[in-house]
Every structure is written in C-alpha cells, then in structure tokens.
Write a protein that binds this ligand. Sequence first.
Ligand code: PGA
Length: 250
Amino acid sequence: MKQLIFAANWKLHLGPDGARQFLEAFSQHYDSVADREVWFFPAAVSLRTVAQSIQGHDYMKAGAQNVFGEPKGAFTGELSVPMAQEAGAQAALVGHSERRHVFGETDAETGKKVRAVLEGGLVPLLCVGEKLEEREAGGTLAVVQRQLGVLDGLSVTDLGQIVVAYEPVWAIGTGKTATPSDAAEVHAAIRKWFVDKGVAADEVSILYGGSVKPTNVASLVSEPDVDGVLVGGASLDPEMWATIASVDID
Ligand code: PGA
C-alpha cells in the first residue's frame, strides 16, 4: 500500500547539535504508524547527523532542502546530489517557493535539478504553488501546470519516482491555509497531469504544504487526493511534529 508522507522542512534552523536533540525528543513522543513515513529536510550541514540518528527506522528518511544541477565542479557554496547522498539523503526538495521567490530560481533550473536528483537515485520532492495575485486572477491551475511542465520529456518510470508538494505561496508561513476542498481541487489536477503522461494514479504522491498545524492536518490529509503534508514552522517543535505525524485519519 502507498505510504502517506509527513515531511518536515526545517529551513534555516537546527544545526547538527540541535538536529540530534530534536530527534531524541521526537522519538520520545512518536510511535511509528503503519500507513506512513516521516521525512526530515534539515539544513545541509545537519544531513549526516539526521541520517545517522534515524538509522534503523525504515519509516524515516532524510533529504536535502536544495541541490545543484551539476554533480561537481567550480560552483562555490553549492551542494551536489552525490554529496547529499553520501551524507545520507534519500530525497531532495526541488523548487521550494523560497528557492523560487527569495533566490530567483527559474523553472529551467528547477527542471535541471529534478533530473540531477533522479540521476543520483534520490527521490525529488518537487514543490509547486501559486502566489496570491495569481490565485486571485484565477490562474492557480495554469501556474501549477507551468511548473509541472519542467517534467516534460521524462520517462514514465522517472515520473513515477517524483513526489509533488502543492504549496500555495500565500499559505507558507502566514497562518493561512488553503481549505481542504481548494487543496483537493489542485491535487486532483496534479494527479491528472501525471495520469495523462501514463503514470498510474495511485503511484503519484501529492503532499500539501502551507501553515499545516495539529489543528488542520486531519482535515487536509483526509482528502482523498492529499497523500501527506510538507510542514515548515510546526515541524520545529518535536512534540508538535509528533502530534502532526501521528494524526488519525478516517
Ligand atoms: P510552513 O512552511 O508550514 O511554515 O507554512 C511550509 C513550507 O515552506 O514547506
């Protein structure tokens, strides 16, 4: 059975010591739940610590928050896929809204990173989502489809490896959440995009992200097209993150 994915994006928080302490505290509060995996996206410098701390717990994975599209070379300050893998990453976020809108990452760069992640044998977690003005102008689905367009040309097998996170930009870190039915509509459109390319509907995992909290996680993940969540702020408290990742789903 396809596993739900509860993914923590720690952003620029928790160095190696903080990450180790977090995972010790988290393990006090979290008992594994059979239908789901818990993924952690720490800062690059904390990847190895996280990977070592979760060793032996197959339901947990570590991933990089961002990677570069080339495996090595004169690219000061970047993190390559092979290096992330060597540090213990099994996945990588690609195209997070902060990469796109704070650091100016283009669709072309995002597409290159997805390919690098696939070539390196990691799971790409591709983030898509519209800005407030795009939603207000009725452009949500067009934006998401344009962002998915970077996957054009990939094989059905490669497409089947990709996890998508729908994160409306206006909901990230703002306390505003898409209603479960708004999220469901976009998730259904994303699933259809993959199905139209030949991927089996139940092979595609689509997470929701944007101000997910203990109070709203159940209603979001109960939507049939929502296969998990990508959580920033509320994943930084071990007890709160354990509460979110333990949520009962009808
Ligand atoms: P948030 O962040 O949960 O703090 O809104 C989500 C994300 O950026 O992935």
